[in-house]
Design a protein around this ligand. Sequence first.
Ligand code: F6P
Length: 325
Amino acid sequence: MKKIAVFTSGGDAPGMNACIRAVVRTAIYNNVEVVGIMQGYKGMIEGGDNFVPLNSRSVGNIIQRGGTILKTSRSKEFMTIEGRKKANDNLVANDIKGIICIGGNGTFTGAEIFYNEYGIPSIGAPGTIDNDLYGTDLTIGFDTAINTAVDAIDKIRDTADSHGRIFFVEVMGRDAGFIALAATIAGGAEIVMLPEVKEDYPQIIDFFKFRTISKKSFSIVIVSEGNFEGGAIAIAELLKKEIPGFESRVVILGHIQRGGSPTTFDRVLASKLGYGAVEALLRGEKNKMVGLLNNKIELTTFKDSISNKKELNTDMLKLVDILNV
Ligand code: F6P
């Protein structure tokens, strides 16, 4: 294999640049040329200037930068047969023999379909703040995102304490509660509302109805955006209806969780996985995601990674309760 392509796709995640850097430099170390595809699958379909040759210097001074130098997109056209045909034509025209894709579930679903149609081998590296990928204990960007969330929660805590207020803080995660649970434990929040737990709404009503008993002067509740009853605004409204005189404030952390310089942990993880992805591709592996399982670089088929749900350890909810007595 003499020439490979690398691209980022789906939601950006801090550490994607560190991963691109590791991919490019590992490939060059192995005498393999690398092309960066701008804008993910969209750029693959559009071709032209979106195919950029990369060398060691192209990826200098990016390890500390958030976002992705290759840009990203969520391509609807790649979901069509015509779109994938155009993408394949561009890969063939650029003599690309292997692909490294950095992204999440949607990215690997696309890669799996594409391989079955055109047979160009690809290896994925898990890049998403949501940490919701089966086949890796942690995804690139998760650690930075939870640090950003906890930093914000610490600040909210100051004002909550000063005013004796109740705050509902909404965090990202799509339909997974990994960010919410970690932010709750590290941010010392009292309650968490997770997509994985259906019965948490009655509990929160009880909690606030009898809150005076615990003598806490302020409260922080973390709400995962994919929570069953809705986001933080919906929960605050519902409680207002249930409890007369209930007053609270809502903060939606939103996309700030996706930005910023990656933590040391994310830089190391991204470097290991970028390296591991290229090594796997050059060994002849294909259609697999590289992940970190029990601190070892392991491969999981795209099929398994996409079709299995990574379980959130809801036993940790007991810890949340214990830490808030
Ligand atoms: O998958 C990462 C993520 O940030 C989710 O947590 C969130 O639900 C989604 O992307 C937001 O996507 P967009 O930036 O396209 O609105």
